[in-house]
Write a protein that binds this ligand. Structure first.
Ligand code: ADP
Ligand code: MG
Length: 688
């Protein structure tokens, strides 16, 4: 056991060559502690190598052998390819040599030579009865006995330029002997600690067996999740401990509104509304996420909350992610609220109020509803009477943006509406500081949506199906996917498809809608589509959220495999909004098995949460977490899918701890860790 405090900077660690220290800094390793907590990305069992019959597979294998030949080969006009033939060294009845190929890697000739002992990790390919591994990971082995690199379960590390796993392994091996365990205290509450810290550290890097490894890993994952949940608990506590003035919710206007709706609320809507109204009336501010599938009727609920808030003498701000949506909300709210004497105004980057509308702040109740896009964030006038902030489609806004809008008032209530169902673990992570309500039921009388996955060779049949629907006066959306992040390229592709569909569907009116069109042109197209003057809208994903045209009964989504399932589900929610049966074609241009399997999920279910879970399994959480949007740090070791039960546990533990000791008076180390953690996060997200 060593005596070095873990806070010691890397530059003072004698066993690391000075020339390498700047490379460590580049991957965020600045102290001994950073080095110890640099977790392996995978492990190789270098006690047992692959010895079965080599078969092509997508699971990589680990092989140990001797290099018997190296050469450069040419394949077509490509630059020469470096090849190494390997003779397997372990118990192996198959005497084949294995050929490892690295394209475009001339420099490897200086690294790999004949007679080297080498560990190879890669996927088997069989071509003309020869066994190939293309671009395998490899490591030259110098010592077979008493080695930290061989004859054990060996850690493989994430590394950057100028580093490799072998170097990191050596340095971490020494670090584990030199550090003083007292200087790296646990932050988990004692009852959660299964393995002492030093043992866990030892075993996460150099596990004697996989069971021990799993225990150590679990400990670190739990710690990581616990830290995250404490962060969320603190955010939440901060929000809830600030006092907002309780609002007196009289239901006069509200009841009038509800009785004038052409439908009655579903049970699910009623329950949620009661929950929200109760919270609005309380002295602590509301922090609530309203999840409900597309078309489940969240907007009506938001309007009801707005009415109650205005009636109590406060203002309401509603922020939408796009201008089209802001306009649509504005129209709905205006239609619903003006008859009650409530003024609604629109603030977007283009116009402050729509011509002919009531000016701001002029309702007889001294309250108002202001609807807008991001523009709402950049207005700096304080709104002292702001009592409720509603954010539609939360995942498009970041936590910082949310905070900015809230700060315009004095601790207003917050209601976030999202139609993107996300798996439970993710809700607890991204929205861990919020309470969550669900609208599970869809209003009855809603038309059914039939979903069909089709190859692009079926375009002629789909076209005649479309023509048939159009001939009955129906309308349709044709959506072209996001090929690149750039809206410019997307728009160009949609434009091309637009020409195709215009001809294919003549004489019906086909129009184009994409995000790069000027706002008034977009608005006009939308309006004409609403009025039924346009039959078919060819668009990019700008129609994803919120458009409500009950007469639209067909949706065709091209290159559907390029979308996530959740997004496809959102898109198809644009049809089936009236009582007519609707159809959604998912056209698949790439016929891979996995794509078909993935898309067929949508043929089978219309439950947004089920789809979200499936999407997650297929794609991983990558694009949902760790982005600037969530305002959360990236996970270093935990995996939200694999470790979801641990997230659940961490959340419970954190909430318990905060309810017993809100100021963390008994947990000074945890408190200090969290404060540092918060600082690093706010630095990271300061510019977003
Ligand atoms: P969301 O915002 O959840 O996607 P909306 O609030 O836009 O859904 O509702 C979709 C459509 O259903 C709207 O036209 C709305 O007026 C209507 N609607 C909402 N609630 C009900 C209900 N209880 N019964 C019938 N129609 C409803
Ligand atoms: Mg909506």
């Amino acid at each position: 056991m060593g005596c070095l405090p873990v806070t010691i900077p890397v530059k003072n660690l004698k066993w690391i060559p000075n020339s390498k220290k700047s490379y460590l800094a580049r991957i965020g390793i600045n102290t001994l502690k950073d080095l110890l907590l640099h977790f392996p990305r995978r492990y190789e069992d270098r006690t047992q190598f692959f010895s079965a019959q080599p078969l092509e597979s997508d699971s990589p294998v680990c092989l140990f052998g001797i290099v018997v030949k190296t050469s450069f080969q040419r394949y077509g006009h490509n630059p020469p390819c470096f090849e190494a033939e390997i003779e397997p060294q372990h118990a192996n009845v198959f005497s084949h040599r294995w050929t490892c190929r690295w394209f475009n890697s001339r420099y490897l000739a200086k690294i790999i030579s004949v007679n080297d002992k080498i560990v190879i990790y890669g996927k088997i390919r069989i071509r003309r009865q020869r066994i190939y591994l293309d671009h395998p990971e490899f490591e030259i082995i110098e010592e077979l006995q008493d080695s930290i690199h061989f004859g054990r379960i060996t850690p493989i590390y994430p590394c950057g330029d100028g580093l490799n796993s072998r170097l990191l392994r050596e340095w971490i091996f020494v670090a584990l002997q030199e550090f003083d365990p007292k200087t790296i205290p646990d932050i988990l509450p004692p009852k959660e600690i299964v393995i002492p810290r030093e043992e866990a550290l030892q075993n996460i890097h150099f596990p004697p067996n996989f069971e021990t490894l799993e225990k150590a890993r679990k400990q670190f994952v739990l710690e990581e999740f616990f830290k995250l949940q404490c962060l969320l608990a603190r955010r939440r506590q901060r929000a809830l401990s600030s006092h907002s003035t309780p609002k007196i919710v009289s239901r006069k206007l509200l009841n009038k509104f509800l009785s004038q709706l052409p439908f009655s609320l579903t049970t699910s809507q009623q329950e949620v509304l009661e929950e929200l109204l109760a919270e609005i009336a309380e002295p602590r501010p509301m922090r609530r996420l309203l999840q409900g599938d597309v078309g489940s009727g969240k907007t009506v609920i938001a309007a009801a909350c707005a009415i109650a808030t205005v009636e109590a003498g406060w203002q309401v701000a509603l922020m939408a992610p796009t201008q089209i949506l802001a306009n649509q909300h504005f129209k709905n709210f205006h239609r619903w609220l003006s008859p009650l004497g409530i003024s609604v105004s629109l603030v977007t980057s283009d116009q402050r109020t729509l011509p002919g509308e009531l000016p701001l702040f002029s309702s007889p109740f001294g309250g108002d509803v202001i609807i807008g896009t991001h523009a709402l964030l950049y207005e700096s006038t304080p709104l002292p009477k702001l009592g409720l902030v509603i954010i539609d489609e939360q995942h498009k806004f970041g936590v910082e943006q949310r905070a900015r809008l809230l700060n315009r008032g004095i601790c207003p209530d917050l209601l976030i509406m999202t139609a993107t169902p996300i798996p439970r673990t993710l809700t607890q992570t991204i929205h861990g500081d919020l309470d969550v309500s669900f609208i599970r039921e869809r209003p009855a009388l809603r038309g059914t949506i039939k979903t069909l996955v089709r190859p692009s060779s079926h375009l002629p049949q789909i076209t005649s199906f479309l023509r048939n629907e159009l001939s009955q006066g129906r309308q349709a959306y044709i959506v072209y996917p996001l090929i690149e992040e750039s809206e410019k390229i997307q728009a160009a592709a949609a434009t091309e498809r637009y020409e195709f569909w215009k001809q294919a569907l003549a004489p019906y009116t086909v129009e184009l809608l994409h995000g790069r069109m000027p706002a008034d042109a977009k608005e006009k197209t939308m309006q004409l589509f609403h009025q039924g003057e346009i039959s078919v809208l060819v668009s990019t994903t700008v129609v994803e959220v919120g458009l409500d045209v009950p007469n639209a009964t067909v949706m065709v989504i091209e290159n559907a495999e390029r979308f996530g399932l959740a997004q496809l589900h959102q898109l198809r929610g644009r049809v089936g909004r009236g009582q007519l049966p609707s159809t959604c074609f998912l056209i698949q241009s790439e016929n891979t098995k996995i794509a078909t399997e993935r898309l067929s999920t949508l043929e089978k279910t219309s439950d947004g949460f089920e789809i979200a879970e499936a999407d997650w399994r297929f794609r991983g959480p990558g694009d949902l977490l760790g982005t600037a949007q969530s305002g959360l740090p990236e996970l270093r070791i935990g995996d939200l899918i694999r470790d979801s039960h641990l997230m659940e546990h961490a959340r419970k533990t954190a909430l318990e701890l905060f309810s017993q000791d809100p100021s963390l008076a008994n947990y000074p180390i945890l408190l200090q860790t969290l404060v540092q953690f918060e600082e690093s996060i706010s630095q990271k997200f300061a510019d977003t």
